[in-house]
Write a protein that binds this ligand. Structure first.
Ligand SMILES: *[C@@H]1O[C@H](CO)[C@@H](O)[C@H](O)[C@H]1NC(C)=O
Ligand SMILES: *[C@@H]1O[C@H](CO)[C@@H](O)[C@H](O)[C@H]1NC(C)=O
Length: 480
């Protein structure tokens, strides 16, 4: 495949009449010197056989190849001949490393006749190297010695790569305040070393280490995803991403974190409507923990559980509510790591709350109430907007109004963050003259600030509450 790529086009496409002409020109000029085509870089996997293509260009019949030599520069800087091909004497592999056991010319053939008029076929000096090792890496020069033109050469960088094996695993940890590794990702035997990164919704840090792989020249990379393990990290998915030039795309290895933590407990089921005689009231002990809880226990602040309360695992069932239930319940949960508990104050009423027997209407009542409040707020702000708009339209000073409006807006924005702003509808600022200077504006700002700090007049307070609240929202909605 590489050889095919390295070959010159044997025939120009007929559709391009200009190209043969150009090629002809190239040949003419190129005929003066020997052109050698090689690949700039060849990558092979450790242990595999690689081919280093090398061709004489152009394949002109009148050129006599006297000899082909493959050389490499070793670590000390001296040039070694690793493979030689002579048209009459055939191949020779003078250097011990890589020696003749691992080297061969792929197509170069010794001429059948050794006498005069030998027509050399030695225009493809592609070299095959078997059992690629790390020591074979280097720059190899392919040199054609020809007559009568002389020599030409090309250099190929041979690289040995090794595809790493990857795996990732969670490292079960217990709750701590120090950062610890919670997941590990190992890329074994890569050359060059694999690049490891982590994709995570949690803020963690990758700690990487490298050791030599079992095959010489390879590297095993270990990356540990490290963070302060809190209960929230338990069950979170993080992904180890391994990148290597031998992969078409990065390898993604998901890991589910496991943090052991004592039970986080809460109690549900109390609806603030436990009354004397109510049947089937239930408290649930809700737990998050790792590992799973080993036991639940119910008690009260006084120590004893009322006779009417029955423990059933994470539930406490009260068949009939009596005065003894008027207490604070505690749920205690234990797992292998520790213990957690939660409390629930139960207030027993003499009669049912409101006039409702079941929960449904209570919930709907609550929803309705919220809606009503929202409607009031919306109505209030609408009224306010309308009032304001009318006031603005009425306000004198035409052109100046726009400018004032803008600066006013800036101020309300600045002061309006958070709490209600009391200054607004009753006190329209003194209409400043047009073209007032900066000092005036500062003055006004001060006044505005003071105005903000003043409490509203008591008569206004009650009426304004919802309006002011709403006005804050509506002002933003209108101007922003
Ligand atoms: C081979 O040559 C290239 C540039 O031509 C250089 O970047 C590379 O480091 C060389 N390789 C070795 C092993 O010397
Ligand atoms: C429950 O206790 C509270 C005080 O903690 C008390 O006000 C209330 O009357 C008690 N309810 C009953 C039914 O005894």
């Amino acid at each position: 495949m590489a050889r095919a790529a390295a070959l010159p086009p044997s025939r120009s496409p007929p559709t391009l009449p200009l190209l043969p002409l150009l090629l002809l020109l190239l040949r003419e000029t190129g005929a003066q010197e020997v052109q050698v085509r090689v690949l700039p870089e060849v990558r092979g996997r450790l242990g595999d056989t690689v081919e280093l293509p090398c061709h004489l260009l152009p394949p002109a019949p009148e050129v006599q190849v006297s000899q082909v030599t493959w050389m490499r520069v070793d670590a000390t800087g001296s040039t070694l001949n690793v493979a030689v091909f002579h048209p009459s004497y055939g191949p020779s592999f003078p250097s011990p490393k890589p020696g003749k056991e691992r080297l061969s010319f792929v197509t170069a053939r010794q001429s059948a006749a050794t006498g005069q008029g030998t027509k050399t076929e030695l225009q493809d000096a592609t070299l095959a190297l078997g059992g690629l090792t790390v020591e074979d890496e280097g720059n190899y020069t392919c040199e054609f010695a020809t007559f009568p033109q002389g020599t030409g050469r090309g250099v190929t960088w041979l690289r040995a790569i090794a595809q790493p094996q990857n795996h990732a695993e969670t490292q079960e940890v217990s709750l701590s305040l120090e950062p610890v590794p919670v997941a590990r990702c190992v890329s074994t035997g890569g050359r060059p070393p694999a690049r490891i990164s982590w994709l995570s919704p949690l803020d963690g840090e990758a700690r990487e280490s490298q050791v030599a792989g079992s095959v010489p020249g390879t590297v095993t990379v270990t990356s540990r995803f490290t963070l302060v393990p809190l209960g929230q990290a338990d069950g979170v998915k993080v992904t180890c991403k391994v990148e290597h030039e031998s992969f078409e795309e990065p390898v993604l290895l998901p890991v589910i974190l496991s943090v052991r933590y004592p039970p986080e407990v809460s109690i549900s089921g109390y609806d603030d409507n436990w009354y004397l005689g109510r049947s089937e009231a239930t408290l649930n002990c809700d737990v998050r923990s790792n590992p799973e809880p080993t036991g639940y226990g119910w008690s009260t602040t006084s120590g004893i559980l009322p006779a009417s309360a029955i423990e059933r695992g994470h539930q406490l069932i009260i068949h009939s509510v009596d005065r003894l239930v008027n207490t604070t319940f505690i749920c205690t949960v234990t797992n292998a790591v520790g213990t957690g508990h939660a409390e629930q104050v139960v207030l027993v009423r003499d009669t049912p709350r409101a006039s409702t027997r079941d929960v449904g209407p209570v919930v709907w009542g609550a929803v309705g109430g919220t809606l009503l409040v929202l409607l009031l707020l919306a109505g209030g702000s609408l009224t306010f907007i309308l009032l304001r708009m009318r006031r603005r339209r009425k306000s004198p000073g035409g052109g100046g109004d726009g400018g004032r409006g803008a600066s006013y807006e800036a101020k309300t924005q600045a002061f309006g963050n958070g709490g209600p702003v009391y200054r607004m509808p009753t006190a329209p600022g003194p209409p400043g003259p047009d073209g007032k200077d900066e000092e005036d504006e500062e003055d006004e700002e001060e006044k505005a600030e003071k105005g903000l700090m003043l409490p509203p007049s008591p008569t206004l307070e009650d009426d304004m509450e919802s309006q002011l609240d709403g006005s804050l929202i509506s002002r933003r909605a209108v101007y922003v």
